[in-house]
Design a protein around this ligand. Structure first.
Ligand SMILES: [Zn+2]
Length: 431
């Protein structure tokens, strides 16, 4: 299957200027960019872009809980701990595997139409999540969240790795939920398994201010000692979601390691957790990616609004318009997330790289005046998910012109609505 984008504008987070030319996708990868010989494009689906449509690398949502679409709106306007313990966990305990499958499918509808091609999902019933993602044609990093000293959840995570080992669109991570929900010895055990088996980690870290104090009070550790002694730094890779309360000098310890900070500014603001010092993190050389977190705490799964918020909030917090530049934020939303999940040659527009792409309509008033050197700024500051015309993963459309070629959108919405109703009834009858 081939697709030829004729006279398209393309841009990634490493390019100083957008390029214009033809781009040929074949066999799931970007086969040729700029000048495509006519014979190479024979038999290709042709998308005539007339210099008025842009391709960006697909967005990688590097921290979410997709099926939480079913929990959206529950327990609004509460702090993290109360929200989790009183509103979220009791309802999650009633979720069936069918609920999780349909909640994930519903999340994929939202993500695909807003240009996300890959998501890092930490939840449970992850074989179902993976199955639904693969049916839809989405790329994903899957991790079974582990809470407490839960051997069965760890085994689930390891089984997941074996189950999806041969799938090009899936990587698996081990996910101790957070230092405050997993006893330290068990956290270390999970990190050790990850190192031994060559699996990456995914965890929540320093989301709320009390987490620093708790590390100190209960373990006698500061954040850097926790990272060093837990085994996180020895793992083949790790995503630390949030890091709102990690200090920049502590983040510097993460430079030149395989650890990535997943920044989730909207969820952090909405739960009143705080503002991570993104501008300072980027200065340290630590890898930083971008995520939305779950739909119950964001409440969008929209990487466009997350990019804009990250850039604006970062500049405002530092009182420095030069930090958190548009290209850096675009890189966080694409390449950095893919790298953190262990996907190679993913997140850039380059020959030989994965054809995970978003097609954007530049024929809109908010793009009047764009130039090759400023397109990135138009995308991050003026653009929005409404500009997405199509989303492609590994050379196949998962969303195009309002349609989902591999999913029955209205049917997913109908089932998700039903699941939400059933879930509320079950949660209520449990008290
Ligand atoms: Zn989370």
């Amino acid at each position: 299957m081939k697709t030829l984008f004729k006279d398209v504008v393309y841009l990634d987070g490493f390019m100083d200027r957008a390029e214009r030319g033809d781009l040929l996708v074949s066999g799931g990868v970007i086969e040729k960019a700029k000048d495509v010989p006519a014979e190479a494009a024979e038999g290709a689906e042709i998308i005539n872009c007339k210099g008025n449509k842009a391709l960006l690398p697909g967005f990688v949502n590097s921290h979410t809980h997709a099926a939480m679409t079913l929990l959206r709106g529950l327990g609004e306007e509460r702090p993290l701990k109360e929200w989790l313990e009183k509103r979220i966990w009791p309802v999650e305990a009633c979720l069936t595997s069918e609920d999780i499958a349909v909640g994930t499918a519903s999340a994929i509808l939202e993500m695909a139409k807003t240009g996300t091609t890959c998501f890092a999902d930490m939840y449970f019933e992850m074989q179902d999540v993976g199955r639904v993602a693969l049916e839809a044609g989405m790329r994903c990093g899957l991790s079974r969240g582990i809470i407490g000293e839960n051997e069965a959840s760890l085994v689930d995570g390891l089984t997941l790795q074996e189950h999806f080992a041969k799938e090009d669109l899936v990587t698996v991570q081990l996910a101790p939920h957070a230092p405050y929900t997993v006893p330290f010895d068990f956290f270390k055990r999970v990190a050790k398994e990850a190192s031994l088996r060559g699996i990456r980690l995914h965890t929540h870290f320093l989301e709320a201010p009390w987490e620093r104090k708790q590390l100190k009070d209960e373990l006698g550790l500061d954040p850097v000692s926790f990272l060093e002694r837990s085994g996180i730094l020895e793992a083949p890779g790790a995503i630390l979601a949030h890091c709102v309360w990690l200090e920049p000098k502590e983040a510097a310890r993460l430079a030149n390691t395989a650890v990535t900070i997943a920044h989730n500014p909207a969820s952090n603001l909405k739960l009143g957790s705080g503002i991570a010092p993104l501008g300072r993190f980027l200065e340290t050389g630590a890898s930083v990616s971008l995520g939305t977190d779950g739909a119950a705490s964001n409440n969008r799964l929209d990487m466009w609004s997350e990019m804009r918020l990250a850039a604006l909030l970062g500049k405002g917090a530092e009182q420095d318009p030069l930090c958190c530049r548009a290209a850096e934020v675009l890189r966080m939303a694409t390449f950095e997330g893919a790298k953190a999940l262990g996907f190679e040659k993913c997140g850039r527009i380059k020959e030989g790289w994965e054809a995970d792409l978003v097609l954007v309509d530049l024929d809109q008033p908010q793009y009047i005046g764009w130039e090759p050197a400023t397109l990135c700024h138009f995308v991050v500051y003026a653009g929005s998910a409404a500009d997405v015309l199509g989303t492609m993963v590994s050379g196949k459309w998962v969303y195009k012109d309002g349609m989902y070629p591999s999913m029955d959108g209205p049917e997913v919405i109908r089932k998700a609505r039903e699941a939400r109703k059933g879930l509320r009834l079950r949660a209520r009858s449990r008290g």
